[in-house]
Every structure is written in C-alpha cells, then in structure tokens.
Design a protein around this ligand. Structure first.
Ligand code: 13P
Ligand code: SF4
Length: 336
C-alpha cells in the first residue's frame, strides 16, 4: 500500500493550535443563540469535533452519517451547521429550498482538498467500469461525479452493496479505504488522500501510551494509518465510539481521534477516564478547520443569516442522487 499523503492547503500549519477565544460572556451568548434559534425556527446541527460551548447549544451532536440523516428529516426553516464546509454543503444539497448557514465558510477539510473534481473526472475516464464510492468528506462537485457516498459509519455496508461486476474506486481517504478493504475483502483502487489530523498518530506514540495504561483499551478512527489501527481494540466512526465506550466495562479508554469528542464522552460517561492518544509531537490532536467555529461566530451567523451555503441547482441535483442512495442503503435492514 502506498504511503499516506498529507494534503494541506497553502498557509495551513501542520500542528495548529485552537484560536484563542476572546473574552466574552459565553453564557449570555449561548442564551442569545437559543433565542435566535427559536425566532428563526432554526435547527443547530453540530459535529462531535466542535468546541464544547457549541455542542451544548446544538439540537443534535453526532457523526457525519447522523448529521446527514438529521438534515434529511428536519422541518426547521433554517439549518445552522456547525462542522466543516462539506457537511453544511451536504445539508444544503438535501434541502435546496432551505437556508443553510455556517459560522465560518473557510472551515475546510484536508480530505476534500486532496481530491479536486477535475482530477477525479480525468482518472475516472481511464476505466469506464469504475464504480466510484466517495467518502462524504469531499466537495459537492466530487459527489456529483460519484455513484454512491459513504461515511465512516456505513462505509463497510456501502462497499458490500456495490455491484460485483464493477471495479471499485474509493475516494478520497486511502486510510479509510484500506480499512474497508480489510473488512470486506473487496479490492478497490484508492485515491491518495488523507486527513491531516489522523495521520499524526504513529505506531510508536500509540505503543508508548498503551504501555503507560496497560489496562485501557484503544479506540481509533478508521482515518488513522494501518500501523495505528492494528493496535486498536475498536476502529469506528465517532458516533459508534461513543456507544462502544458506554458499553465497555473498562474504567479508562484511550481515544485516537480529534479531541473535540472528549466533551461528549466525558458528559455521557462521567464515571470513565478518557485519555487523548498523544502524537509524537503533541498531547492531543485537533482539526484546525473544525476549531475555526466559535460561539461568537455562531451567534454572528445567526444574527446576519450569513455566511450561507449557495450551490448551483444542477450541481445539487447531481450530487443529491449518490447521497440519497447512501441514506437508502443505511436505512435498509441488514441481511443475515
Ligand atoms: P465521523 O463521521 O466518524 O464523525 O468522521 C468525520 C470526520 O471528519 C473524521 O475526521
Ligand atoms: Fe477533515 Fe480531518 Fe478535519 Fe475530519 S478531522 S474534518 S477529515 S481535516
């Protein structure tokens, strides 16, 4: 398997720190956000990696699959999406007539950056038998070029359901793709993209923390490299991680994913200790894009009703079909 490639847009630090929050009365801001939400008939959807203050005012906090499912079924007039841009874009594609706003429109994703639609189209043209499965961490234009979308929560299921007579092309995360190949036994051509957060964990760093806490199981996200995944007791999406930790009898658990998830874990499992897996250079690991959202920016976007997600209707139409296919496959009962 080829080495994981880290794609960072120009000017992005490899080891970012969370921007300092200006002093503010966070409780007052939270109250105003809840009041604005009521006035706008809005729903606030937040990813598990968002800062605690945002998670605490959200109507729903979850993984990419749960967020897409919530977006598909909401009857709110305004969707306030606290995550990264491709997630808000997915909500808009599923709700073309609704207003979708987000705290910071520059909150990108290194996986999305790694797969420009023009390059994908060129590669697809090399094999007309390709069936393209796109991880949801990609642009609307890449979704529009794909046969079906998946998230880390349903990737195995989606790949198992792919037509047997087609050559599978999995984009853009080669680490998630190689994990799905291990689980399903289906060969796939993998796009060489990776997440700047999850590739920071190394075999050595994980071995050291496991030696320090020999009784603590390790849970890792499938975006981690294989050398890390092979040391994990469970590899799963962020939502499944919460369930796994709740059900585990362990008193201490090591977590190898973005550290925003620790807030929910500590809230929902107060009797357990959660240890953020260190990398070789840092005691935890944050996604600089997810951390661009602050309570102040959330408040401002709800007051001004911008930034908004705006997309070409024809592009949305093409991108919607593979997302809907994913939602249908995720809802279908699992065959024995
Ligand atoms: P989940 O769908 O597991 O929450 O993952 C999203 C993500 O961006 C991981 O880096
Ligand atoms: Fe993208 Fe990685 Fe951030 Fe997830 S953690 S949003 S995959 S850059």
């Amino acid at each position: 398997m080829a080495e994981a490639t880290v794609h960072l847009p120009e000017g992005v630090d490899r080891f970012p720190t969370r921007p300092a929050q200006p002093p503010a009365d966070l409780d007052a801001l939270s109250r105003e956000i809840l009041e604005l939400k009521r006035k706008l008939n809005a729903v606030i959807l937040a990813h598990n990696y968002q800062i605690p203050e945002i998670q605490d005012v959200a109507d729903y906090v979850g993984d990419s699959l749960g967020l897409a499912q919530q977006a598909a079924r909401t009857d709110a007039e305004v969707i306030v999406f606290c995550g990264v841009h491709f997630m808000a874009e997915t909500a808009k594609i599923l709700n073309p007539d609704k207003l979708v706003i987000l705290p910071d429109k520059d909150a990108g994703c290194s996986l999305e950056e790694s797969c420009p639609a023009e390059e994908l189209a060129k590669f697809q043209a090399t094999n007309p038998n390709f069936y393209t499965i796109a991880y949801i961490n990609c642009s609307a234009a890449v979704k529009a070029l794909s046969d079906v979308i998946c998230t880390s929560g349903n990737a195995v299921r989606i790949v198992e359901a792919a037509p047997k007579d087609r050559d599978l092309l999995f984009v853009p995360d080669e680490n998630l793709g190689s994990w799905v190949m291990e689980k399903t036994g289906r060969p796939m051509t993998l796009w060489k993209g990776s997440c700047h957060v999850h590739v920071e964990w190394t075999h050595q760093a994980i071995l050291r923390i496991r030696q320090q806490y020999p009784d603590a199981p390790l849970v890792a996200h499938p975006e981690c490299v294989k050398a890390v995944r092979m040391l994990a007791d469970e590899v799963c999406s962020t939502e499944r991680m919460i369930r796994w930790c709740k059900e585990s009898p362990a008193k201490a658990i090591i977590i190898a994913t973005e550290s925003g998830i620790l807030h929910r874990l500590r809230k929902e499992c107060p009797d357990k200790e959660f240890i953020a897996a260190p990398t070789d250079t840092c005691n935890c690991n944050e996604c600089r894009y997810m951390k661009m959202n602050t309570l102040e920016k959330l408040h401002a976007c709800m007051e001004r009703l911008e930034p908004r997600v705006e997309l070409d209707p024809e592009l949305m139409e093409r991108a919607r079909r593979p997302i809907e296919r994913m939602l249908e496959l995720s809802a279908a009962p699992v065959r024995a």
